[in-house]
Design a protein around this ligand. Structure first.
Ligand code: COA
Length: 239
């Protein structure tokens, strides 16, 4: 029984999502927390970064589930698999318990809710310059508008013209994490076109994103995004 452990890296977001945010390098050796089949999968990773990301996600998810669901289980017995849409789940309870995982740079994070949910996604990205085609491929023109404030005039909204300006980079990174979190909640990832989501005052789904949203029963959800001190953006969405 190890349920009394309180993990300092776990916090609760405003939308009720429980988040475990870690550095991938700061996790125990795989034998301490992977099941036999997970160890076998781990031995198949050829790229070291992919392996450490995968391990970080597993460790973050397992420690999170054990704490928030008060599981009287060793981490090796909490096995993370995927649902039919490719979303990570834990199947040890009464039904599959949805999880979401992200890794970026040295960080990894896992999210879950205490109660079962059908719509959950998180994404972490560093704010950094991107080439113009990236902006054109992933965003609607209406999404790329900046608010310009001045002491003398009321705030105005302008379309983005300089793709390298810090304001544009921050806006786009924020939007990108929001789209990816939503695409993970939909179980689509980049199998769907990011343009199937349009973020403005409201969020609009179209094409594959809308079809899946309807298949999931059009759940009501809350999307929360934060800018972290490390220069990263983190978005989390859940019903
Ligand atoms: C989901 C996706 C957009 C994430 O890409 P990313 O931003 O580079 O990576 P992140 O670190 O933020 O997220 C990776 C996690 O997303 C999760 N994920 C993968 N596919 C997912 C899906 N369809 N739905 C929800 N979550 C998914 C996984 O848990 C993965 O971590 P894991 O491999 O350690 O379990 C991308 O993996 C994708 O498009 N997947 C679906 C398409 C696919 O199957 N591609 C084959 C790749 S070889």
């Amino acid at each position: 029984m190890q349920t009394e452990i309180k993990t300092e890296t776990i916090r609760t977001l405003r939308n009720g999502v429980r988040l475990n945010f870690l550095r991938s390098a700061e996790i125990p050796p795989p034998e301490k927390f992977l099941s036999a089949s997970e160890l076998e999968k781990c031995s198949g990773f050829k790229i070291e970064k992919r392996k450490s990301d995968w391990l970080g996600g597993r460790y973050a998810a397992k420690t999170l589930l054990r704490e928030i669901l008060e599981l009287p289980l060793s981490l090796c017995k909490i096995e993370i698999t995927y649902d039919l849409f490719g979303r990570p789940v834990w199947r040890g309870g009464s039904g599959p318990h949805l999880i979401s995982i992200t890794h970026s740079g040295p960080f990894c994070a896992a999210a879950a809710k205490t109660e079962p949910c059908v719509f959950l996604g998180i994404d972490l990205e560093k704010a950094e310059p991107r080439v113009k085609p990236w902006y054109e491929d992933y965003f609607h023109k209406e999404e790329l508008h900046l608010q310009v404030t001045s002491n003398r005039y009321p705030a105005t909204i302008h379309p983005v013209t300089d793709y390298r300006s810090p304001a544009t980079i921050h806006l786009a990174t924020r939007l990108w994490t929001e789209k990816e979190a939503l695409l993970k909640a939909l179980g689509l990832g980049l199998k769907a076109d990011p343009l199937d989501i349009k973020i403005g005052k409201e969020i609009q789904f179209s094409n594959a994103a809308l079809k899946r949203y309807e298949e999931l029963g059009r759940p009501e959800y809350l999307l929360e995004t934060s800018r972290l001190e490390t220069g990263y953006y983190l978005s989390a969405v859940a019903d």
